[in-house]
Design a protein around this ligand. Structure first.
Ligand SMILES: NC(=O)c1ccc[n+]([C@@H]2O[C@H](COP(=O)([O-])OP(=O)(O)OC[C@H]3O[C@@H](n4cnc5c(N)ncnc54)[C@H](OP(=O)(O)O)[C@@H]3O)[C@@H](O)[C@H]2O)c1
Length: 254
């Protein structure tokens, strides 16, 4: 268990060890939020309102237990008037042609990219104080709607996460919404564009046999078209601080 601090806004952000997640966590801290980060590696962020949980989202049962223990009671504290969840962590493993994909690796990718984000949406809705505004951002991708050869696991998992957010939004306006679920809850499926991170580096490093579109990403990098993680991070933070609007919305960066 972690000690508490004085903010009245708490964000749970996955994948804060690097990339877009680290930029989101830093910007939230600058805006006065308390941030709970999750990643396998540690975070370089040192701040009295930042707490870090080292957990592997590939192992759903262990990750669920660790997150419940670390953040369950914290989320339920009555002082929160606003809670954010950013489902940012994702894996681009299990690449290559469909006939060569390994079942165990597919399960791990789906755990990180779909199962844990979906469970986390329920987690914040279940634990968050009833009067708090809850804003959820699911990091999406053009890959959720465009078929990239060699990326069946990544594309299909991003499509599944997008739909999971849509279904949860629909449930909130249906008889399925539990009476104790915070009323002011909205969800954004957000595509950050082509961002200069480790994930982009991995995309450029894949073999042409496994990922024929790798050349396109190498061209983007050569032309200086990648943006810094701070740009999408600012848009994610703006949504977390917003009135929310529709139950479910979709946006691309810019
Ligand atoms: N970069 C782009 O151009 C781009 C484009 C479209 C969409 N996106 C989306 O934006 C999000 C962030 O991407 P990014 O480019 O910032 O990725 P990144 O640089 O690869 O960072 C991914 C983060 O997720 C964490 N993570 C990965 N596997 C994990 C696991 N098993 N357990 C816990 N944490 C795990 C990593 O931490 P550890 O390795 O320490 O665990 C890291 O902090 C992703 O959802 C991605 O699909 C990115």
């Amino acid at each position: 268990m972690f000690e508490t601090s004085a903010s009245d806004r708490l964000a749970l952000v996955t994948g804060t060890s690097t990339g877009i997640g680290a930029a989101i966590a830093r910007q939230l801290l600058l805006c006065g939020w308390e941030v709970a980060g999750v990643a396998r590696r540690s975070s370089a962020i040192e701040h009295d309102r930042y707490r870090h949980l080292a957990a592997d989202l590939q192992d759903a049962p262990a990750a669920v237990a660790a997150i419940e223990t670390a953040f369950g009671a914290l989320l339920g504290e009555s002082r929160w008037r606003r809670i954010g969840l950013v489902n940012n962590a994702a894996s681009v493993a299990a690449t290559g042609p469909v006939p060569r994909l390994d079942a165990a690796e597919l399960v791990r990718v789906y755990s990180v990219n779909v199962a844990m984000p979906l469970w986390l949406m329920g987690f914040v809705a279940r634990h968050g104080p009833r009067g708090a505004a809850i804003r959820i951002v699911n990091l999406s991708s053009g890959a959720a709607v465009r078929a990239a050869p060699g990326l069946a696991a990544y594309c299909s998992s991003k499509a599944a996460l997008r739909m999971a957010g849509m279904v949860f939004g629909a449930e909130l306006d249906s008889p399925l919404r539990p009476a104790d679920t915070p009323a002011d809850l909205s969800i954004l499926s957000y595509s950050p564009g082509v961002v200069d991170t480790e994930m982009q580096l991995a995309s450029r490093s894949m073999s042409v046999e496994d990922f024929p579109w790798g050349g396109m990403f190498r061209d983007f990098a050569a032309q200086g078209l990648l943006v810094a993680p701070d740009l999408p991070a600012a848009e994610v933070v703006a949504y977390l601080e917003s009135d929310g609007g529709e139950r479910f919305a979709e946006r691309k960066r810019g």
